[in-house]
Design a protein around this ligand. Structure first.
Ligand SMILES: [Mg+2]
Length: 212
């Protein structure tokens, strides 16, 4: 009930227009190395791609629930010239192949990679808008895929991932123990949950989604 009698008979306010380029779809943004696939130092060979257990199951559950699954990854190998876009595409094609073999509906809707090299700053310092913990890749994906960030999540094994999701104003962030965080389990400020792997993260996201 509107406390102002002058507005009592007013028509309901029209919904506010969405922010430019931001839409209604829900997404889960996922780190790649140590999250979806086992961490390999300087991964350039598609044959070295190995799924972290639970990845296929987790992605299938998220996609079946209507979430886009979008990879956001720091890949300074691109900037160093150790890997080109075609080589990166081959790695991601192998990842897609392994996912399809594990669960038919598990797939990645889009890949976004940042080629910027780190200058050695800590994980909480934004060295470039696109390099996590910067939110640039998430914001670009939101524009290009019509994503509502307030309904979307960021999942990864590094504090950089959590902070990128927080800087993008995602609904929630999940730190995984599947990769580097297993050795350094301290969760940064802004981390909503800590889970073992992508399957557990998917269960958490779906439980939170159904609770509202
Ligand atoms: Mg990682």
């Amino acid at each position: 009930m509107d406390p102002n009698p002058a507005n009592a008979d007013a028509a309901p306010a029209a919904p506010l227009p969405p922010k430019p380029g931001i839409g209604k779809r829900r997404a889960v943004f996922l780190d790649r190395d140590g999250t979806l696939i086992e961490h390999v130092h300087e991964l350039v060979d598609p044959a070295a791609v190995r799924l972290v257990p639970g990845t296929g199951d987790g992605l299938a559950r998220l996609r079946d629930a209507g979430f886009l699954c979008i990879v956001v990854t720091n890949q300074p190998l691109l900037g160093r010239g150790r890997l080109d876009e075609a080589g990166l595409d081959r790695i991601h094609a192998r990842l897609a192949e392994l996912l399809a073999a594990e669960a038919p509906s598990a797939r990645i809707d889009a890949f976004y990679a940042c080629p910027v090299e780190s200058g050695g700053a800590g994980p909480d310092v934004i060295e470039h808008p696109d390099r996590k913990p910067g939110p640039g890749l998430l914001l670009r994906a939101a524009r290009e895929h019509g994503i509502d960030l307030a309904q979307s999540w960021m999942v990864g094994d590094s504090p950089r991932d959590v902070l990128a999701g927080r800087h993008a104003d995602c609904r929630g962030t999940i730190l995984l123990r599947s990769g580097v965080s297993g050795r350094n389990p301290a969760a940064p400020a802004g981390c909503d949950h800590v889970e073992d792997d992508v399957a557990a993260a998917a269960a958490r996201i779906l439980a939170e989604t159904h609770a509202t």
